[in-house]
Ligand binder design. Sequence first.
Ligand code: NAI
Length: 328
Amino acid sequence: MTTPIRVAVTGPAGSIGYSLLFRIASGSMLGPDTPIILQLVEIPRAMQALEGVAMELDDGAFDLLAGIELYDNPNDGFKDANICMLVGGMPRGKGMVRADLVEANGPIFTGQGKAINDHAADDVRVMVVGNPCNTNALIAMHSAPDVPNERFTAMTRLDQNRGKALLAKKAGVSVSDISNLAIFGNHSNTMYPHFFDTKINGKLVPDVISDHKWLEEDFISTVQGRGKAIIEARGASSAASAASAAVDHVRSWFTETPKDDFVSMAVPSTGAYGIEEGLIFSYPVRCDGKGSYEIVENLELNDFAIEKLKVTEAQLKEEREIVKHLLK
Ligand code: NAI
């Protein structure tokens, strides 16, 4: 039997965890030939609920699930992990603004970054889902000096998926007809879904969707505000779609991206598109199928797009300022 891949997941007793773990165990993330050991990392007071989730995982009788390990601390939880999915965190409470959330969650990610640095496998890959995910990934990356920076990513795949679904509906086509939708920047309401280079059955979106006002205004604001709209409609934040996007993110990372397409991931900026180096910024990337990726740098951005990138970059710099005491 192939050696199992160790997948550590934080926040597994939470809402996203409840969808995510079963998708991972079913093989949706790493394929039908890869056995998996799940290393589930919670806070001590959630351990009882986690026991229940583990019982349900047992009851799923997943062929690929070679082990379930439960931990109440990241040092043990990340030991030898090949993939760390950092989902857990403190949710935004009543009256909290984004800056409060940034401040409240920051310290969690210093501890987790250090634990990854000291205990995870040499080939570890990290994705951060817990919000504010770009800045949390930045903190974790700074806390893990021995792990190459490019191994730290944050999830903007949900934004890409939302954008694709919206374009497909508007154009009356299926989601699989849409390619090349780049999400730039922060996973927040400043994120920019860049539709100018997006294609519908190979044709550029602005040539297919003639309502350019809709593209420049409603499309962008709907993708940016979708998280809030879900909270208003269901009384809780996106969980199943977020879990699905997390599965997509990791699967894409380990799959060769088709030459004529790309996927969106927040990764350490190399300075591409004039963004400050080192910020965790969402870009279109192409993955090589072996766990490496490169930023797609050859999109020709117009002034409209450049302006949007500046706005979201400025917000990431503000967030970084709030947590600068946590960055090494
Ligand atoms: P939830 O509140 O249902 O679950 C969070 C879980 O994290 C809880 O079980 C909690 O005990 C656990 N947790 C808290 N601190 C922890 C720590 N230090 N170590 C390990 N576990 C810890 O929240 P939900 O709905 O599952 O969302 C999780 C995160 O994902 C939130 O920060 C949310 O904002 C974010 N999110 C990100 C999205 C994205 O697109 N990047 C989309 C949707 C949600």
